[in-house]
Design a protein around this ligand. Sequence first.
Ligand SMILES: NC(=O)c1ccc[n+]([C@@H]2O[C@H](COP(=O)([O-])OP(=O)(O)OC[C@H]3O[C@@H](n4cnc5c(N)ncnc54)[C@H](O)[C@@H]3O)[C@@H](O)[C@H]2O)c1
Length: 325
Amino acid sequence: MSKSPVFLTGCAGFIGMHTTKRLLDQGETVIGVDNINPYYSVDLKRDRLKQLEHPNFHFHEVDISDRQAMEKIWTTYEPKRAINLAAQAGVRYSIENPFAYISSNITGFLVMLELCRHQKDFANLVYASTSSIYGSSTNMPFVEDQMTAVPISLYAATKSGNELMAQSYNYLYGMPATGLRFFTVYGPWGRPDMAAFKFTKAILAGEPLDLYNAGKMKRDFTYVEDIVSGVVAAVNRKPTNKIGERHPIYNLGNNRCEDLPRIITLIEETLGKKALINNMPMQLGDVKETYANIDKAKAELGYSPQTTIDTGVPNFVRWYMDYHK
Ligand SMILES: NC(=O)c1ccc[n+]([C@@H]2O[C@H](COP(=O)([O-])OP(=O)(O)OC[C@H]3O[C@@H](n4cnc5c(N)ncnc54)[C@H](O)[C@@H]3O)[C@@H](O)[C@H]2O)c1
């Protein structure tokens, strides 16, 4: 009997494209959904989709908050595994356009929960959470069971909301779910609103790059292929539902806390060109430091990140140059 397909939302996105590609390479069938919204370059999203052309990839251009359209696709395939990556991402944009976050991250997520919980023999909904839910906590490295109820952005609040919503479905209906808290993901085909992309673009253009808080920030940077390994391991592990216990939630980071300016140095070295710096104050909603404890993901998912920024950042820069000719 052939394996049931994986339903994956956000497939034209950065992490979604890489995850879909890996699943297809492993012989899976993927039902991909994305609304190709213009939060950043639609061309980049369409170019990512071109990387996914494959007989086992079935793409549907739909908004996950559109309940009827989603039901129609879902019932065509009746998937038993789902990965929800579609979301309005970005901490800073949640200050400009808060409504986009509620529509995609809360209403859209509810649609996914409803579809999964009515599906017979449903095995696992893996969904993207974020390191941002640890807020300004200085209790590092962050561990999954520490307190996360003090979000400092609406983006973080919606992602915390996803964890709570999934937990209520897990309790009420025994619906299997797995939450993954991603830590600053970067790599080829990355997002234009993220540091590596913005820095590379500015350095190549000979323009000053905005460096917030004089660069006094630290991040646990995680290479996209390592994240994908965690996502794929999670979707293939059926979580056990125990009433009164939380559904599994894992940090997916690199377990290395790097100074942000180190990224600039690595980009400069790869390009052979110096950056011009425009120092800016700390941004509202941004956290100063992230650092993941990944022991739980190591033990239960066999998660083992392989890529340091010394390899990953040059890989990104080479992709950027190639893609932009
Ligand atoms: N990249 C990171 O560093 C990072 C860190 C923590 C968490 N995450 C989370 O991981 C997930 C994927 O992130 P990404 O970096 O690939 O972002 P991305 O923006 O590149 O991908 C998200 C995709 O979802 C689509 N989308 C958004 N709203 C939608 C909707 N309502 N209906 C259908 N499609 C919709 C977008 O068009 C986009 O292609 C997101 O949930 C994000 O919040 C990412």
